[in-house]
Write a protein that binds this ligand. Structure first.
Ligand SMILES: *Cc1c(COP(=O)(O)O)cnc(C)c1O
Length: 447
């Protein structure tokens, strides 16, 4: 029986796949937050390098991966594809469950796949320093790793509450030489203004984004980096699906169902998009994106133009959103708390390519514990949402067993606090109330 399919280094894909030109009804452009007119690369070039903006707007289906990026990725790629044989047995299912293990990267998640590419394109254009925000710390540690590889500086605005509660993510970033400050900080106008009014605020991703953007916009040597949502991030993550496609072929299999968890959409789109051309050619594949019931942008939100941050400073993106002032409930331990969803994944939901599925957090942690006991790897809380999706599909119709492929976006070894809360019975299931979603959606910008 096949357990694990590994590719040789020289079998790593040498091009990324861009799904944008293949989307049946295309993408709508980002809009200028002030004029509400389509935003060209000129204005965005204040905070992003041209190399990434070209990718953001590219109509090419395949884009070469630069040699320097391939070398950096080769530290942990190609990542293994594993058949979850023990989980299959425990579920008593004839379904075949495969997972792509992105937890093998140095920081334990898929995020460095884009961080190394982003650092490279910035470096190539003479940028010396990158500023970013981080919530739980996964993106911050990925960018700290990548900037260090390319000899750049990195400044991370880390949401205050995580800064205090997740000291090990901070230690990892420090190890790579990044500068970290709790957000809101005294180092930006946005941060100082907020601290004056609310000295004890726990901070938020929205505030941290505004601080990082201000940092990048006010320094010549600095640009901004975002870890999900944008088209170029999904392009970089396509390496997951490109490798998985080769590995499934080696296993002599083809997936009937492809599953991933959705925060901003990058890991799931990264696995799924390389299979989309086959789907459009008539191949029967179901794509299922799981999201938490407490932050249900795809299943409870609206497809509309919205800001990426609370301060309304980012370009307007056309995406499924719960409203930029949506505040995710604190009771949810599992990450995936962003109010919006990447425009590419949103278009795939709109065009009925992807089926969204909302799941509750307790069933997800239960799924994660079963996975650890059977396959040995402790999943990140986000990843537990993908495992839950795979278990639902594997046990749905026992007379019609499917071949399931899901993305194992990361391990949970630095996030055991969430498991502790689960064991202590401190977590609850929670459906974000529809009336409250309606309230924040009422504040969407009028276009
Ligand atoms: C950041 C993160 C996610 C969610 O982000 P996406 O952009 O939706 O992929 C999921 N899993 C892990 C392990 C993460 O670090």
């Amino acid at each position: 029986m096949i357990k694990k399919i590994v590719l040789r280094d020289d079998e790593m894909p040498r091009q990324w796949y861009n799904v944008a030109p293949d989307l049946p009804n295309g993408l709508l452009p980002p809009l200028d937050p002030e004029t509400k007119q389509p935003m060209g690369p000129e204005k965005l070039s204040a905070v992003f390098p041209m190399g990434l903006l070209e990718q953001e707007m590219s109509g090419d289906r395949f884009i070469d991966i630069p040699e320097e990026v391939l070398e950096a990725l080769a530290i942990w790629r190609p990542s293994p594809l594993v058949r979850a044989t023990n989980l299959e047995k425990a579920l008593n299912t004839k379904a075949k469950i495969f997972f792509k293990n992105e937890g093998v990267s140095p920081v334990g998640s898929h995020k460095p796949n884009s961080a190394v590419a982003q650092a490279y394109y910035n470096k190539r254009e003479g940028v010396k320093r990158l500023a970013t925000e981080t919530g739980a710390g996964q993106w911050g540690s990925a960018l700290a790793l990548a900037t260090n590889m390319f000899g750049m500086e990195c400044k991370v605005y880390m949401v205050r509450v995580s800064y205090d509660q997740k000291p090990y993510r901070k230690s990892i970033m420090q190890t790579y030489g990044a500068g970290i400050v709790a957000s809101p900080s005294n180092e930006t106008n946005t941060g100082r203004a907020i601290l004056e009014k609310m000295p004890d605020t726990p901070g938020s991703l929205g505030i941290a984004i505004s601080e990082a953007l201000e940092d990048a916009a006010t320094r010549d040597d600095t640009k901004y980096a975002l870890g999900s949502v944008l088209n170029h991030v999904i392009l970089h993550q396509s390496i997951i699906g490109l490798e998985a496609k080769k590995q499934m072929e080696i296993a002599g299999e083809y997936p009937d169902v492809i599953i991933g968890c959705c925060g901003g959409g990058s890991n799931f789109a990264g696995l799924a998009t390389p299979f989309v051309p086959d789907f459009l050619d008539g191949k029967k594949i179901r794509f299922i994106g799981t999201e938490p019931a407490s932050c249900p942008s795809l299943t409870g939100g609206k497809l509309a133009y919205d800001f990426g941050d609370v301060a309304q400073t980012t370009p307007l993106l056309y995406m499924y959103t719960l409203g930029h002032d949506f505040i995710p409930p604190g009771i949810h331990a599992g990450g995936l708390r962003y109010h919006g969803m990447s425009p590419i994944l949103s278009a795939m939901v709109r065009d009925n390519i992807v089926e969204p599925l909302k799941v509750q957090q307790l069933e997800c942690f239960e799924a994660g514990v079963l996975f650890a006991k059977t396959e040995g790897i402790v999943a990140a809380p986000e990843t537990c949402h993908a495992i839950r999706g795979a278990i639902i599909e594997a046990t749905k119709d026992l007379n019609d067993p499917k071949t399931i492929l899901f993305n194992f976006s990361g391990h949970g070894l630095i996030d055991m606090g969430s498991y502790d809360k689960f064991y202590a019975g401190e977590l609850q299931d929670y459906d974000y109330p529809a009336e409250q979603i309606a309230e924040s959606i009422a504040n969407l910008p009028k276009i």
